[in-house]
Design a protein around this ligand. Structure first.
Ligand code: GDP
Ligand code: MN
Length: 378
């Protein structure tokens, strides 16, 4: 689960990290009021679950309350990477001397929470990693011991030559580790961590992703969920208890079991296609799940063909077949559907589908090739 910048800042503040104050507005008038309250120059910032807001025009400096209202008016309702802005954060502007990057995530390679820090902050860290990888210092933290003071200082010393600044950054890095672990996060990021001419180090941006599996034991953090900020398909998938990950391709995949779903995506790639999604309808027999899965897949305008790959073990093929038929009756599905199923109640499923005008296949190889060909106009 992603949280908004203002929510991440609340969590960071609670961990002791110096973060400038801020208030959220959902109307231009409210933004003006907040700006007037602070006095001086403020920053008006789009609250969406997306990075690169600055580049998209979603972060603006305002020197008067009227200007803050105008910026809020322009930013509210704006689309950034497909997500609509419903709120802006209004925060006093800082005088920035330097911008650095501090981030921590669960890293598969080190199999540990791993810090990445760089004196080249403000911009995309992916770009720095690409063009100047030596500018990033990495450290895997052993969760048995946590972040040790000398490790935090080692990271901080790559950000600042000045001892006083490095000490502050070192404290912030340790605090970020605490915030990360106690929130059950999979990723936490401060970009930029700034230093000011007055010699202070502060976090002026905050990003935090929470591991969904932590939410049940962190109800106060689960409350941060903002359904209006999430893509509809993700919310629907969670409600229907489906694992869904949207991808950029055009072959919609509906599979039972995560392993088979991965294998299906591999095979799509193998035959030169691009999967539009990972979708695991799970092991249970339930036609409603299939209806939900088809709603989700068809909500993606990139999908050109829908590929079912079902292995009937605990899942009954006839339940899936009934789900497909029910879905085609209740929703308008434009892309062609190609179905492979085999296993429990296979014959019954094939009959149900045949009665509804669908043909079903049993060879996985054959259907995947066929689906990929269809996206290539054959
Ligand atoms: P992002 O683009 O979504 O990562 O949003 P950020 O909060 O990181 O803001 C983008 C950029 O706007 C920062 O890197 C800063 O250069 C600038 N910015 C943000 N807040 C302030 C501020 O208080 N003062 C000044 N001068 N610039 C700011
Ligand atoms: Mn940023």
């Amino acid at each position: 689960m992603n949280v908004h910048e203002y929510q991440a800042k609340e969590i960071f503040r609670a961990a002791g990290i110096p973060v400038p104050p801020g208030e959220v507005a959902d109307t231009p008038e409210r933004a003006e009021e907040i700006a007037r309250g602070y006095g001086g120059t403020v920053v008006v910032k789009a609250q969406v679950h997306s990075g690169g807001r600055g580049k998209a025009g979603g972060v603006k400096l305002a020197s008067t309350p009227e200007e803050a209202r105008q910026h809020a008016d322009a930013i509210l309702g704006m689309e950034i990477n497909g997500l609509t802005v419903n709120q802006v954060l209004v925060t006093p502007a800082e005088d920035i001397a330097t911008e650095s990057y501090v981030g921590i995530l669960i890293d598969r390679k080190t199999q540990a929470p791993t810090f990445m820090v760089s004196a080249e902050g403000g911009i995309d860290i992916e770009q720095v990693a690409h063009t100047n990888p030596d500018a990033i210092r990495k450290l895997a933290v052993d969760p048995r011991y946590g972040m040790l003071p000398h490790q935090a200082y080692w990271l901080a010393s790559t950000l600042y030559d000045d001892q006083a600044l490095a000490k502050q950054a070192s404290r912030i890095i340790a605090q970020l580790y605490d915030a990360f672990t106690s929130a059950g996060a999979s990723m936490a990021e401060i970009n930029p961590l700034i230093s000011t001419d007055a010699g202070e180090v502060k976090a002026i941006d905050a990003k935090l992703s929470i591991d969904d599996n932590e939410l049940f034991r962190k109800p106060s953090i689960a409350e941060y969920r903002d359904l209006s900020a999430e893509p509809w398909a993700e919310t629907r998938a969670r409600e229907a208890d489906l694992s869904y990950v949207k991808l950029d391709g055009n072959v919609g995949c509906c599979v039972n079991g995560a392993g088979l779903a991965m294998a299906t995506m591999d095979l799509v790639k193998f035959y030169g296609g691009e999967p539009a999604n990972f979708l695991d309808i799970g092991g249970s027999s339930n036609p409603e799940k299939v209806v939900a899965a088809l709603e989700i897949i068809t909500s993606d305008p990139n999908v050109e063909v829908i590929l079912f790959n079902i292995f009937g073990g605990i899942t009954r093929c006839d339940d899936v077949a009934n789900g497909i038929v029910a879905a085609t009756q209740s929703i308008d599905i434009k892309p062609p559907i190609i179905i492979r199923l085999t296993g429990t109640n296979e014959e019954l499923a094939i009959q149900i589908l045949a009665d509804a005008g669908f043909s079903a296949f049993t060879s996985m190889d054959e259907v995947v090739q066929r689906a990929v060909q269809m996206t290539k106009g054959n």
